[in-house]
Design a protein around this ligand. Structure first.
Ligand code: ATP
Length: 245
């Protein structure tokens, strides 16, 4: 079974069908990118996979848990950086990480080690004791990325991971993602960055009208082939063969 799976998933908001038969599968050791136009359903897909939303149809599986019926268990096992989320304004990054450490049961010495490691990786050591509300948008994004990886999860979900980061920080995050992937973990990200998707992802799924309309392996694409063409395609792809019904 894949680390992350969605099979024929449907999700409605009132009368509006946001997802309509979305299927995808991400294996351990894979970095999967969701691309798609505004309103295609990428954030909804991540919300479902992380137990923040309940599906109307279809089945979901994340690290052997069902986010639809065991959302707390799923969230315990994964790291999440939701769209538009910031660290709590009334805490410092260090206090926020201590809170995450307690909720996730990270031993104190391990937490201290991880916080140091990430503060150095993303150059925010000097902001560890500043109020989160006083951090720039990019510094807040660094804190959010850090909290997602603190408990060594086997799968991480990130909406627009590189948004607000300067080019040097983008490179550091990309390097870490690559390392994380090679440790047999699964990473699913959603992005509008066609270049980000092409550079970073093993596989890219294009979502359109609530389903997967194209899938590409950037490594197998010819240099003149653009992901933008896949983005503009509108014939649905078959559900993944590894998916369990
Ligand atoms: N809470 C909600 N209530 C009603 N409709 C919603 C709600 N959340 C999302 N939608 C609708 O569902 C569709 C999918 O939204 P979603 O946020 O998943 O798209 P997205 O691909 O992440 O878009 P973007 O690239 O703009 O972030 C959109 O048409 C949106 O208007």
């Amino acid at each position: 079974m894949s680390a992350i799976e969605m099979v024929d998933v449907g999700k409605r908001y009132g009368d509006f069908q946001a997802l309509d038969g979305l299927s995808l599968a991400v294996d351990r050791g894979e970095l999967f990118g969701l691309l798609g136009p505004n309103g295609a359903g990428k954030t909804t897909a991540i919300g479902l996979l992380t137990g923040q939303l309940a599906p109307d149809e279809g089945s979901l599986s994340v690290l052997g848990t069902d986010p639809a019926t065991e959302p707390i268990e799923t969230r315990r096992r994964v790291g999440i950086v939701p769209e538009k989320e910031s660290p709590p304004s009334f805490l410092t990054p260090r206090e926020y990480f201590e809170f995450v450490g307690q909720v996730r049961g990270i031993p104190d010495d391990r937490l201290a080690e991880r916080v140091e490691e990430w503060a150095d990786r993303l150059s925010f050591r000097d902001k560890l004791d500043a109020m989160a509300t006083d951090l720039s948008r990019g510094q807040q994004q660094k804190v959010m990325i850090t909290q997602a990886f603190l408990h060594d999860p086997d799968a991480v979900f990130i909406d627009e991971p590189l948004a607000n980061l300067d080019p040097i920080m983008q490179e550091r995050v990309k390097e870490y993602f690559e390392h994380y992937r090679t440790q047999d973990n699964a990473l699913l990200l959603s992005t509008h960055g066609i270049e980000v998707a092409r550079d970073l992802c093993d596989r890219v799924g294009v979502v359109g009208d609530g389903r997967l309309v194209a899938e590409r392996r950037p490594a197998e694409m010819s240099p003149d082939e653009s992901l933008l063409e896949a983005f503009e395609r509108d014939d649905p792809v078959e559900p993944p063969t590894t998916a369990v019904r």
